[in-house]
Ligand binder design. Structure first.
Ligand code: FES
Length: 278
């Protein structure tokens, strides 16, 4: 125990005092700008991010690519950022900012892909943190070396929050037909830069800007945990001290009552049914 205690150090304190390490935690890989991805609000005297919105952003973003008034190639990031991507199963992502809009960019299996950074399910700015996947029985689209009779398919990005899968080329969602993301053409050039093909700045920000899609205070209505609190009977209860232990709830906890015998388990489920989608 002494050895463990003596060997303890705060790795985050260490990290933020190291400029090289800090540089690896930039919000955007193409600018020192930062953006607030969510508002905060107070709850029982503490600040927390606002709850997710109840409704997903069900607009069809996948057709945007053909609807912009015009598009033009623009450099967004050095391709050196993606060095080594083809040796990694998930490729290498980057988050870039153009005006008020956040975009996610990947190099995966020798190809580049660009999409918006927001997952429309809960309007979370997270897609570049997701896992890139690919149907192993089918060649990647554009994969000329792959000899297969099966039709090609684009890789997908799986949102890290609740695993909605989005096609990196077409933007459709295979796990929820009402959702989609905007995608952009992307290509590397001889000047060492990755180019994408977005619309004019104002048009992009109007359609996909952070200010427009960030979740705002009060959007979620009541706490999504109110129902859960009712089920576990936490609402209105005060913890009380019993033999030095503060029970979180009266009565049975995890199916065991205070005498140690089994009881019916509380009917609480998370992640499905009527429970909050977290
Ligand atoms: S926020 Fe992306 S799947 Fe829920």
């Amino acid at each position: 125990m002494k050895e463990l205690v003596a060997g303890y150090f705060d790795e985050w304190a260490e990290a933020i005092s190291n400029p090289d390490m800090v540089a690896r935690f930039k919000q955007f890989q193409n600018t020192a700008d930062a953006a607030d991805n969510m508002e905060t609000e107070q709850d029982t005297g503490q600040w927390r991010p606002v709850y997710w919105p109840r409704e997903a952003a069900a607009q069809d973003f996948s057709t945007m690519q053909g609807q912009w008034s015009c598009t033009a190639w623009e450099p967004v990031i050095e391709t050196a950022h993606f060095d080594g991507a083809d040796e990694l199963p998930n490729g290498i992502p980057a988050t870039v900012k153009r005006g008020d809009t956040q975009l996610a960019v990947w190099r995966f299996r020798g190809k580049y892909y660009a999409t918006r950074q927001v997952c429309p399910h809960k309007r979370a700015f997270v897609l570049s943190d997701g896992l890139v996947g690919h149907d192993p029985t089918r060649p990647c689209s554009d994969d000329a070396e792959h000899q297969s009779a099966a039709p090609a398919s684009a890789p997908w990005i799986s949102c890290p929050n609740h695993k909605r899968n989005f096609d990196l080329v077409g933007g459709s969602c295979s796990s929820d037909g009402s959702l989609s993301i905007a995608t952009f053409s992307a290509e590397p050039r001889g000047d060492g830069l990755l180019y994408i093909k977005p619309p004019p700045l104002g048009e992009l920000d109007t359609g996909l800007g952070t200010t427009r899609w960030r979740v705002r205070k009060g959007e979620s209505g009541d706490s999504p945990f109110a129902e859960l609190d009712k089920k576990v009977q936490l609402l209105g209860r005060k913890s009380r001290k019993v033999n030095g232990i503060k029970p979180a709830v009266d009565g049975p906890v995890n199916g065991i009552n205070r005498t140690g015998s089994e009881t019916a388990r509380p009917a609480v489920m998370a992640g499905c049914g009527s429970a909050p989608d977290w």
